[in-house]
Structure formats: structure tokens, C-alpha cells
Design a protein around this ligand. Structure first.
Ligand code: NI
Length: 256
């Protein structure tokens, strides 16, 4: 059984066949999915999906590239909505300096990242962290505001040293399709280094389809390619990778 710890089935790329696809998951051994919000609107859609499908859960939060929509009223909505039964995490939240290079916008990202970490502490939910081209600031804010809050660094893209640092702080590392890419040397080094007990399997679909489907629309049905790549690197049986990473995700999202 495979747990997709990070998916976006509310994305419009699934507009044509969302129900058909999700209905095929359990027979393909994808038995748990966390659908992750990245804005207020997509958080609402994540909850709607979680309420429609037993095996789908929701994370709610605002992605760093979408923070311009945040205000006190919307923070209050997140706080209230976080208490809904199928909401299992706050995310995805964090910093993204790849798209936003202006110092002023980056400062705003930090403000709302801190606020959403505080929210997670208040409502006692784990966090799903998005961090791109912002390694130093992310680590600094995590150390300052997030110690003791469980979480995952999703779609990890930094060095093995940083992966080990996050593991030491108690975090999980989210690994998806990128691990199958030939040019993903850095991620492969990190995956080789961190214990399997700290890895979560994810798609980030519709993005980041693994080889041999790179560039196409991604879905959880591609996860066996990710499992196989990790198994090979770790010298483990794919079933063992599935089993341990499944347990990891169950524990993080409090579904145990
Ligand atoms: Ni995502």
C-alpha cells in the first residue's frame, strides 16, 4: 500500500477525469492521499475532496506565492477550518524566492510563514513546508518558530547536509518524481543519506511526474516508480519502502 503524502487533485488539470481517477486509486494500492491546499480557494476544494472520498485527507494553508490574499479574516477562517475532522495538516506554507526576488515580497512571505507556523502550533497540526531557493531563511524560521511542531519538508531540493539537519530537528523529508530524474544528483545523495524512517513518498501531482512519464500530467498511479528508485538506492525491497513510508505518513498526519 502506498500513501501519497502530497497531491493537488483539486487542480484544473484533473477537471476532466478527477472522479474516475480517484475512484481507481484503491484498486491500484494507493490507499491514502493528502490533498494539499495552496490558497484559500484550493484549501476549500481540498476539504470538499476529503469529504467526498474516505481515503482522501486535506491540508489547508497558503503557499508563499499566494500570500497576497492573506489577511486577518482569512487567518481566522484557517483557524476555524483547521478543526474540521479531515483536516490533517497546515500547508503548504513556506518561502519561495525562485518566483519572488523582491526583498519586500520576501519579507511579506516571512511574515505569513511565521503566522501560519504559529497557527499550526495553536491548532496542534503538523506542517507541510514548501521551500525553494530559500534554504537559509527557511531553516532560520523553522528553528525560531517551528521547534516541536511535526512536519515534512516537501519536494526536498537542498543538500544532503541540510536534509540531515532537518532530520535531526525531527522533520520528515518529502521525496517525489524528481528522485527518478537522471540529473537529480543532489536529491539522490540526500535520499541515500537519510534514514528511510524519515522519508515520505509524494507526487505533488499534477506536477513532477517521475521517469518514464516525466513531463506528462502526474498522478499517484506513478508512485511505484518513486518507490522503486528509493528501494534501489537504499538496497531495500520496494515492499519494505512502501511499508515504512506508509507508516511514516500515518504517524505524521495523526492517522495511526
Ligand atoms: Ni505542492
Amino acid at each position: 500500500m502506498i500513501f501519497d503524502s502530497h497531491a493537488h487533485y483539486d487542480d484544473k488539470q484533473f477537471g476532466e477525469d478527477r472522479d474516475e481517477l480517484l475512484s481507481s486509486m484503491e484498486q491500484n494500492r494507493i490507499t491514502k492521499i493528502v490533498n494539499v491546499g495552496s490558497s484559500i480557494e484550493s484549501s476549500k476544494r481540498a476539504i470538499a475532496l476529503a469529504e467526498r472520498y474516505d481515503f482522501v485527507y486535506a491540508a489547508i494553508g497558503v503557499h508563499p506565492s499566494d500570500i497576497s490574499c492573506l489577511n486577518e479574516e482569512r487567518m481566522a477562517w484557517l483557524r476555524k477550518t483547521a478543526k474540521r475532522e479531515k483536516v490533517v495538516a497546515i500547508g503548504e506554507i513556506g518561502l519561495d524566492y525562485y518566483w519572488d526576488k523582491e526583498p519586500e515580497i520576501q519579507e511579506q512571505q516571512k511574515v505569513w510563514f511565521r503566522r501560519q507556523l504559529e497557527l499550526a502550533r495553536e491548532v496542534q497540526l503538523p506542517v507541510i513546508i514548501h521551500s525553494r531557493d530559500a534554504a537559509a531563511d527557511t531553516l532560520e524560521i523553522m528553528k525560531e518558530r517551528a521547534l516541536g511542531i511535526p512536519g515534512v519538508i516537501h519536494c526536498f531540493s537542498y543538500s544532503k547536509e541540510l536534509a540531515l539537519e532537518y532530520v535531526k530537528l525531527g522533520y520528515y523529508i518529502g521525496v517525489g518524481g524528481v528522485v527518478t530524474f537522471k540529473n537529480a544528483r543532489k536529491l539522490k545523495e540526500a535520499v541515500a543519506e537519510i534514514p528511510i524512517e524519515r522519508i515520505l513518498i509524494e507526487t505533488d501531482c499534477p506536477y513532477l511526474a517521475p521517469e518514464p512519464n516525466r513531463g506528462k500530467r502526474n498522478s499517484s498511479l506513478n508512485l511505484p516508480y518513486v518507490v522503486d528508485a528509493i528501494a534501489e538506492m537504499k538496497g531495500m525491497a520496494p515492499e519494505t519502502v512502501e511499508e515504512i513510508t506508509y507508516r511514516n505518513a500515518m504517524e505524521l498526519y495523526g492517522l495511526g
